[in-house]
Ligand binder design. Sequence first.
Ligand SMILES: [Zn+2]
Length: 174
Amino acid sequence: MIDKFLKWLTPTRYPVTAITDSTIDLIMETAKETHPKEMLGILRTEKASKINAEQYTEDPTDRIIVGFNIPPDLMTSSTKAVFSSKNMPINNRNVGVVHSHPNGVIRPSNEDVNSGFSTGSIHIIAGHPYGEDDWKAFESNGNETALRVIPHSQIEYNPAEKFEQYESDFYSES
Ligand SMILES: [Zn+2]
């Protein structure tokens, strides 16, 4: 579950229709390393047209998930992930959150839907044992939605901001 985190996410709902395979890999790696605690990351997207990925989306303005950031003050347990939004950048590429369920149940809890998912366009839940298919995407109302997995090697995205920038804070918890 997620307590509160999305006040600073963009209120606009963007069409998010795809995710790169490398992002899935990184989610699962992080979830494994964090287990039995939850992992949580802020999803980062780019417009398909910006990363030369229009062939994978219906509309060139659709957004593709290209990575995630771990909040600097994230605290997690096996059933909970909490952070404060005050140190996080606000920008329109942050469209939702990924978090893991160490109990392996890949569907949102009531608290996820009622609190955590209250803003943002899309949310991903990864479940133990974190195999490549052990995840699903959900809209903010908790309904499952489809995300196309596209090969990172076929797009032009080189994150100048590194995914790992907050890792030292994140791992100091365990
Ligand atoms: Zn949850």
